[in-house]
Design a protein. Structure first.
Length: 84
């Protein structure tokens, strides 16, 4: 393993304090500022926009803070701004 290799949890750690886009296993996606996470990738986000994919398009909901279960996270996009 080279010294320049970045492990997944190290990448997430570098995102603390920054915006992140989280795609869940269900029909929901979230964007917000990452406050913290644990070894199971449970995440706390603040200033959150929730996107729910419906037949009519994306439905949005604003949330002050949210705790996401790491078991339900599919994709993390550092700096992502959500679906457009």
């Amino acid at each position: 393993m080279s010294t320049s290799q970045l492990l997944p949890l190290e990448l997430i750690d570098k995102c603390i304090g920054s915006r992140i886009w989280v795609v869940m296993k269900n029909e929901k996606e979230f964007t917000g500022k990452l406050l913290g996470f644990d070894d199971y990738v449970n995440m706390v986000l603040e200033d959150v926009t929730e996107y729910e994919n419906t037949k009519e398009g994306y439905k949005t909901n604003k949330l002050e803070q949210i705790l996401l279960n790491g078991n339900n996270i599919c994709v993390l996009i550092p700096g992502g701004t959500g679906p457009v």
